[in-house]
Write a protein that binds this ligand. Structure first.
Ligand code: SF4
Ligand code: SF4
Length: 425
């Protein structure tokens, strides 16, 4: 049984911690709170106390454990190979089992558990969002009109008028394709950043890759997982596995650090004991690639021939760089593009503070973490910021907007698409 189902099973991870405190140096939360409960070492000791019955499951503990971005910086900097992110998520799952989810989360996740209802809700949201959101003049961003669970200062990307899956054909086939892939769009590219989703399909086609978009696919389930709702997370994992097992493809492609982590790491660990799904989850995990990884490692990028004349900086999404180790591939693509100058910011892999719903529930702290990233971006004065994750893109757009800087944030595929389009003119 996984440690997300039985907290005792995380003990092996807990005892590896030698309390050296190396994690303090890299934890974005600790940098803000300066308290031991903010950092991995403190959280590990709280998990130990919980297992030994010295701490109780209560709201205070839930709040302390909610203060983590699951950015994995602590795991990356740990000399003992501890995975504090897993310990923290195991405690969140135990908290949800012992105390139940907050009623609002329970309602939201009950919708997320039903793909058709969720899809209907998102479609209705795109029609009626103007009631709660006010467009920012000249930008595809919006402010809340009143506090609808969003900080009033915040800007977000509104829902697209049409989802990517309903807008694009199911099969997108170039002449003489060398590969056939299934595109797992994730919610951000399907409902908000459809420009990036279209660019993924376009660029893969230009590189001789046929792209199938399974219509029935659903959210990756990580939003429910990070809040400890394991039964919904497993249900969603099985649902997506069923959808993709029906397809015939060489690879699953994602363009989101969190989605790739779901396929490669989390579905296999959620379903490790499931007699029907464990093997399927592992099989699909071995076929899942980030967009840049697939282009560099499998296809061999078709280098654009026309120069773009643009200076960019690249932000590494935490779950992409530390979750699945993709950092060189996006840079290889950028460096292969004529006229693209890659100006590296200081600490490009430092968390942007988004962590999905963390930026909604803890906007103040999320903004402080984000502002450090924004400063790093501004210090290299780029024409555009490139990244590989919709949630990071939204956070960076907010950060830049707050400073008044007019710098676009784009998915990597969009820059490649621009180059190929210019070539065709
Ligand atoms: S989690 Fe790792 S880095 Fe942090 S105190 Fe424990 S052993 Fe040290
Ligand atoms: S995952 Fe990130 S935010 Fe959470 S404890 Fe580790 S370094 Fe801190």
């Amino acid at each position: 049984m996984s440690y997300y189902d039985l907290l005792q099973n995380i003990n092996e991870e807990i005892i590896k911690c030698m309390k050296c405190g190396n994690c303090q140096a890299v934890c974005p939360i600790y940098k803000e709170t300066k308290g031991e409960s903010g950092v991995a070492r403190g959280k590990i000791q709280m998990a130990k106390a919980l297992l030994e019955g010295r701490l109780e499951y209560n709201e205070k503990l839930a709040e302390l454990f909610s203060l983590c971005l699951t950015c994995k910086a602590c795991a990356d900097n740990c000399p003992c190979g501890v995975r504090p992110d897993k310990i923290i998520l195991a405690v969140r799952a135990a908290l949800a089992r012992e105390k139940g989810l907050h009623p609002l989360k329970r309602r939201i996740f009950s919708v997320l558990a039903k793909p058709k209802v969720f899809r209907l809700g998102m479609n209705a949201g795109s029609v009626f969002q103007g009631l709660g959101l006010k467009r920012v003049k000249g930008k595809n961003l919006a402010h809340p009109r009143f506090p609808i669970g969003l900080d009033m200062r915040r800007v977000i990307r509104p829902l697209a008028s049409q989802s990517l899956i309903s807008e694009l054909p199911r099969i997108n086939k170039p002449q003489n394709p060398q590969f056939k892939v299934a595109f797992f769009t994730g919610c951000m590219l399907n409902y908000l950043y459809t420009d990036a989703g279209k660019a993924v399909v376009d660029v893969l086609n230009k590189n001789g890759v046929e792209v199938v978009i399974p219509e029935a696919q659903h959210c990756c389930g990580i939003p429910t997982f990070v809040h400890g709702d394991m039964s919904t997370s497993k249900k969603i994992a099985k649902y997506n596995i069923d959808v993709f097992m029906k397809e015939d493809f060489d690879a699953i492609i994602t363009h989101c650090g969190t989605c790739i982590g779901a396929w490669v790491e989390h579905y296999p660990e959620f379903l490790a004991d499931d007699p029907e799904y464990a093997e399927k989850a592992n099989k699909l995990a071995n076929k899942a690639y980030d967009f840049s990884q697939f282009l560099i490692e499998k296809v061999g990028l078709k280098r654009p021939e026309v120069s773009l004349d643009v200076k960019v900086t690249y932000h590494d999404p935490c779950h992409l760089v530390r979750g699945v180790g993709v950092a060189t591939q996006p840079r290889e693509i950028l460096k292969a593009m004529p006229g693209v100058e890659l100006a590296e910011m200081k600490k490009p892999d430092r968390c942007c503070g988004s962590a999905g719903s963390f930026s909604l529930t803890h906007y103040e702290m999320s903004s402080k973490i984000r502002d450090k990233k924004t400063e790093d971006i501004l210090s290299v004065n780029p024409d555009a910021v490139i990244t590989s994750c919709g949630a990071c893109r939204m956070q960076l757009e907010d950060g830049l907007y707050q400073t008044g800087a007019d710098i676009p944030v784009k998915h990597l595929a969009m820059l490649l698409q621009e180059a190929y389009q210019k070539e065709g003119k």
